[in-house]
Design a protein around this ligand. Structure first.
Ligand SMILES: [Zn+2]
Length: 344
């Protein structure tokens, strides 16, 4: 299938991640995208660069002030601090009732939820092109040029909420893609198979009935994102019933995970989705360094075939999946099985 990818996404290069009281090498490395790109091209998929669709499609799902902050934070940080060390917030708000300050250090805290999203010199360019990659893929499906396509987005997006970064994510690429598809399709579903709950996508769409959010993920009660992603969260207002969290226990194997795929696909069919965005995390893999469940290569193939069987116009958006031994193999397996199922 066609792969959309832009090397400018590699410019976000975070060094350290503060985890359990200590700094460790940041798991969300540019090398992830390089491995995925090279393995998928070697497997015969064809790559294209995204066109520039501008900031408006991003601002269609994020607070415009948040988007503008991210695009301009680095030079403001350098000027305010006199350093070029990564911009990491050390003040946080309890959010909604607080003011947005004018200074960059306060705004950095306002527009972040944690310390996992350091802003470095290349961050703005990388997250911009990560989002453009998703938009361009969605545009090709929206126009009918492609029936399914893969957006190799990096940094990932599904933890980014309306107005804050969270869990390695800045712009919510899958939400941006889903919103873009809404320009043609009346009902769009987002299926999130990353091992972490996609709290950001849920946050963005939880009051909307036109975008279904279905997520299969590891129980968040002792696992990031901790505060959201539970089975009893089903949406609010017009979005009541359009959020579905299918929670896996720690230690779940491929068979149990694929049973949740079947449940998710039933929900998507019942909703009457006309197009689909898949938040394709590969971090359920049994050898992913962040995984607490045990997805296999054969499981990824089976899951991909099930999703392809919906027969919907589909944008596959890369989310998590870290530097374990089978990261790129699993991507090749998933995309290959998806393609094969569509040809069958
Ligand atoms: Zn993840």
């Amino acid at each position: 299938m066609k792969i959309i990818f832009d090397e400018r996404q590699l410019k976000h290069d975070p060094e350290l991640y503060f985890r359990r009281g200590a700094f460790i090498p940041h798991p969300e490395q540019p090398q992830r995208a390089i491995l995925l790109r090279d393995a998928l091209l070697a497997a015969g998929h064809t790559r294209q660069m995204p066109a520039d669709h501008g900031l408006d499609p991003i601002k269609a799902v994020h607070d415009p002030a948040y988007v503008d902050f991210l695009m301009s934070a680095w030079p403001a940080w350098v000027e305010a601090t006199g350093t070029t060390v990564p911009a990491v917030p050390n003040y946080h708000t309890d959010r909604r009732n607080f003011r947005v300050p004018t200074g960059v250090i306060g705004r950095l805290g306002y527009y972040s939820t944690d310390t996992s999203c350091p802003i470095v010199e290349g961050t703005a360019e990388a997250i911009y092109w990560s989002a453009q990659t998703a938009i361009d893929a969605a545009e090709r499906v929206r126009s009918g040029a492609e029936g399914h396509i893969y957006a190799l987005c990096r940094p990932p997006g599904h933890h980014a909420v309306l107005d804050a970064s969270w869990g390695f994510c800045f712009f919510n690429n899958a939400a941006v893609a889903a919103q873009h598809l809404r320009g043609r399709f009346g009902k769009v579903a987002v299926l999130d198979v990353d091992t972490h709950a996609g709290n950001g996508t849920q946050d963005i769409f939880h009051a909307r009935g036109d975008v279904l959010y279905v997520s299969i993920h590891t129980d968040p009660s002792d696992y990031t994102p901790f505060f959201i992603g539970y089975a009893d969260e089903t949406g609010i207002g017009a979005g009541e019933g359009a959020t579905r969290n299918l929670v896996l226990p720690v230690g779940a194997g491929a068979e149990e995970i694929l049973a949740r795929y079947d449940e998710a696909l039933e929900v998507i069919r019942a909703f009457g989705a006309e197009a689909l965005v898949v938040s394709l995390g590969l971090d359920m893999s049994q050898d992913d360094p962040l995984s607490l469940v045990g997805m296999t290569r054969a499981g990824f193939e089976s899951g991909a075939a099930k999703i392809a069987g919906l027969g919907l116009p589909t944008v596959l958006v890369q989310e998590g999946g870290y530097l374990g031994p089978s990261l790129s193999d699993n991507a090749v397996a998933f995309l290959g099985a998806f393609d094969a199922a569509r040809r069958a």
